[in-house]
Design a protein around this ligand. Structure first.
Ligand code: ZN
Length: 845
């Protein structure tokens, strides 16, 4: 799975299952008992998607062998027609909370479940949606993590793998794609070959009037698909997508020496997908926002490229060898994240993938690791899917990837890869644990890894490392209560703003040295008056911050820093310092003003400016003036960049987000734009959202814009713009979606929530603090699964900078009986709010 992050919203990776939160979710002990009792031989599924738009027929035949005893099958039907075990009827009235008990004798059995299942519209199970552009219907399956039983009857746990054969009836103008190659013997009838052994959470089906692009490479049939209304956009990007897919296949084959074993490789871009993507063997599903309809930055293309490579890495790590239980899913994600970045940087046109990664992902992981809810990367002992999903965060992805990169540096690439290959070969089409992988690494020659595991994988929280100039030392502070005495080896960059030149080639004014810290204090004396940037290349995992002397020189030094990865390191330090109220909002704005017009990586701008807009500008003492300075810096960048370049686009997006109303109106009308900037749909809605937040447009004007181009995307931006208007009715518009009074898609819900809380609109939004608090205990009855977490975060009162709000949120989170997903999201967001309050207090906003 790949996270759903976009430049405007921090990621919150993989999906959940709607019923995961409900009592009755499979517990680890139950899975162990069922796996000890059963071997599953095969599934045969007959799905009828043609008869109805609300429900579908689902007939499952599962063949398995039992050692004799009582067990149960998982299913969540709309209605259950019949169940037969070895030809004898099973009492369907015994179905409780998605489980039907089965009495089995020793030996082989055949279970036939004839059910009617409901299509879902929350991105899980079999999702069905209508394209607002043309009214056509689309379906896709998302069985992760435990949504499979709302599609077919199954023994739903990752370690009961079996091959699947599907027979699908669909409307005649649909195409059907799944985990194995499909034939279409007669109109509306699709037969899918038996797949390789799959965990239940991998089973998918993509069905509808999808537009297809086909190709092949090295004997692997390749496919791409998207909604018909996106056909031209998919065609325009097909070559880029297919080229990098081929490059990545070659590289993974070279690295692992094991061929991709799942037959076809289809990449389906599907509507309203919650995650970034899901690695279903043979048929990966992606959110179709990754088919670009408007001009996008290179950063967005890198993001898509690393997602493509991430899902391909999963074909080996996760799909050939699958975690035995959910508690090792982090390893899936850490490995895919690391390999996805690495392979993208090594073999595709996006050689700067690690720069993108540093700008877009590192803070996500560091912040998650500093929250009260932090947890070790590994060994969290999750008892069920819901608990595991809570920990699917920046720690599983960004920190885990960083730790694996360190591990690779420690043991060497040859041993690292040999251990991974041993792991795949030892558990081919099977399941394994973290301990199995570490045993493989030790067999491959990595030596004893127990110190590494103790320091980095089973101990939560990052160390904080700062320079104490007076004492001539680097001071390491471990997280509270941490027993890990970690040593850190990393590069240090030093420079003086007053030096005209110097430094190491390629880094501009900076000189690089390498240090290793041991214990609490390590002697380190920089040259007097030098700016010092610790760990600018993400060599270790630690929070580092610039000291005052360094910070003061950054506006002069950063524009002269040629190395984009080093600039990312500078920004990560500044952001960490800001998070701890050690860097003032005004200092950040000074740095942006000096840096933005000179930055030549659009990813740097596209992933820094949203943080600036959300976390910094609202806390400046002179908000309007600060916004005006950022606006001018963005505009200067847009004018300095090559006309029509993606760099110009990123700089202009910064200018758009901070523009005054009169300028926005001109730009929307196509007047006064920098040469090379064209207002397409995406940019128009950015301008409209800003105009709405300023109160310089109204609902009817936004409705007219939507009516001109009513697509999935414009509907989302319309919801964001309407909710952003400084009007009571606009806030109510958002709120009705939160409470479920007005139905909305997952993307529209999130956009409405983010629009509701606008700085400067507290007179309108303050009543919603209480309404939010009052809604929390029952919100899990309205929204479920992935969407629930997203909605609780999006509607969180992040602009209510009051101690009373923080106290009330703590009380709400502590209330007994609160849904676990809701609690986790409130706790995390409250921690963010407290950090904002600390900044406001320290710097007088
Ligand atoms: Zn993943």
């Amino acid at each position: 799975m790949s996270s759903a992050d976009t430049p405007t919203a921090p990621p919150s990776d993989p999906t959940a299952s709607a019923e995961a939160a409900a009592p009755g979710g499979l517990k680890r002990a139950e899975a162990v008992a069922r796996a000890a009792l059963l071997d599953v031989e095969s599934y045969d599924l007959r799905l009828d998607l043609a008869s109805d738009t609300e429900t579908f027929g689902s007939v499952t035949t599962v063949r398995f062998t039992s050692r004799g005893g009582t067990t149960f099958v998982d299913l969540k039907p709309a209605s259950l027609r019949s169940v037969h075990l070895d030809g004898h009827p099973v009492d369907v009235d015994l179905l409780r909370r998605g489980r039907l008990p089965l009495e089995t004798t020793e030996g082989p059995h055949e279970l036939v479940v004839d059910a009617v299942m409901a299509f879902r519209n929350d991105g899980e199970g079999l999702h069905r949606s209508v394209d607002p552009a043309d009214g056509r219907h689309y379906v896709y399956g998302m069985s992760f993590m435990d949504a499979a039983p709302s599609v077919f009857a199954c023994f739903d746990q990752p370690d009961l793998k079996a091959p699947y054969t599907l027979h699908v009836t669909a409307p005649e103008d649909w195409v059907v794609i799944g985990n194995a190659p499909a034939t279409n013997p007669e109109p509306g009838v699709w037969e899918l070959e038996a797949s390789q052994p799959l965990s239940t959470y991998f089973v998918t089906l993509v069905a509808g009037p999808y537009h297809l692009v086909r190709d092949q490479h090295d004997g692997i049939p390749l496919g791409l698909s998207a909604r018909a209304s996106l056909a031209a956009d998919l065609d325009a990007d097909a070559e880029e997508l297919l080229t990098m897919t081929k490059q990545c296949f070659d590289e993974f084959h070279r690295l692992f020496g094991i061929r991709y074993p799942f037959g076809d490789y289809h990449q389906a871009f599907v509507p309203e997908f919650n995650a970034g993507a899901m690695e279903n063997p043979g048929c990966v599903t992606f959110r179709d926002q990754l088919v670009f309809s408007s001009k996008v930055t290179r950063g967005q293309r890198i993001q898509r490229a690393t997602t493509v490579a991430h899902e391909m890495a999963h074909q080996w790590f996760g799909n050939i060898t699958t975690p035995l239980w959910w508690d090792d899913l982090w390893l899936n994600e850490s490995f895919a994240e690391y390999m996805g970045n690495r392979v993208t940087a090594d073999v595709t046109e996006y050689t700067d993938a690690w720069v993108y990664n540093s700008f877009s992902r590192r803070q996500w992981g560091l912040l998650a690791d500093q929250r009260p809810s932090t947890h070790p990367v590994a060994g969290n002992g999750e008892e069920d899917a819901t608990a595991a999903l809570q920990n699917f965060d920046g720690i599983s992805y960004a920190k885990g990837s960083s730790i694996l990169k360190q591990l690779n540096a420690t043991m060497g690439d040859e041993v690292f890869l040999a251990g991974a290959v041993d792991h795949f070969r030892s558990h081919f089409f099977g399941n394994a644990t973290m301990h199995d992988l570490f045993a493989s690494w030790e067999r491959a020659g990595a030596g004893d890894l127990s110190d590494f595991t103790r320091g980095w994988l089973v101990t939560a929280g990052p160390d904080r490392i700062v320079l104490d100039r007076a004492a001539g030392a680097l001071v390491r502070t471990p997280p509270p209560g941490s027993p890990a005495d970690r040593s850190h080896t990393f590069r240090v960059a030093t420079a003086r703003a007053t030096d005209p030149a110097g430094g190491t080639a390629g880094t501009g004014p900076w000189a690089l040295t390498r240090v290793t810290t041991r214990g609490g204090r390590t002697a380190y004396e920089p040259e007097a008056g030098a700016a010092v940037v610790l760990d600018p290349y993400d060599d270790t995992w630690a929070v580092v911050e610039p000291d005052a002397e360094t910070l003061a020189q950054l506006p002069a030094l950063l524009p002269r820093t040629d190395d984009a990865l080093l600039r990312a390191g500078v920004w990560n330090g500044v952001r960490s310092g800001y998070h701890h109220a050690a860097v003032a909002p005004a200092a950040v704005v000074d740095l942006v003003e000096a840096w933005l017009p000179t930055e030549d990586s659009d990813a740097a701008i596209a992933f820094t400016v949203p943080w600036l807009l959300r976390d910094v500008l609202p806390l400046t003492t002179d908000g309007d003036d600060a916004a005006a300075r950022v606006h001018e810096a963005g505009l200067a960048g847009a004018l300095a960049a090559p006309a029509g370049s993606t760099l110009q686009l990123a700089a202009f997006q910064a200018a758009a987000a901070t523009a005054p109303a009169d300028r926005l109106e001109h730009w929307i009308a196509g007047e006064g734009l920098p040469d090379g900037v064209e207002v397409d749909d995406e940019l128009r809605w950015r301008l409209l959202v800003r105009l709405a937040a300023l109160g310089a447009t109204d609902r009817s004007a936004l409705d007219r814009w939507l009516a001109q181009e009513p697509t999935t995307r414009t509907r989302v931006e319309h919801a964001r713009a309407v909710a952003s208007l400084p009007e009571a009715a606009a806030k109510e518009f958002a709120w009705e979606r939160f409470t479920g009074a007005v139905p909305a898609t997952n993307y529209e819900l999130e956009a409405a929530g983010l629009g509701l809380w606008r700085p400067g609109q507290e007179h309108l939004t303050e009543p919603y603090v209480d309404r939010y608090l009052q809604a929390l205990p029952t919100i899990a009855e309205v929204h479920q699964g992935w969407v629930l977490g997203q909605v609780v975060t999006a509607f969180f009162p992040l602009t209510s900078l009051r101690d009373e709000t923080v106290a009330a949120l703590h009380a709400a989170a502590d209330a007994p009986g609160l849904d676990a997903t809701v609690r986790r999201r409130v706790v995390d967001a409250t921690d963010d709010l407290e950090h904002r309050l600390a900044v406001a207090r320290a710097f007088g906003a």
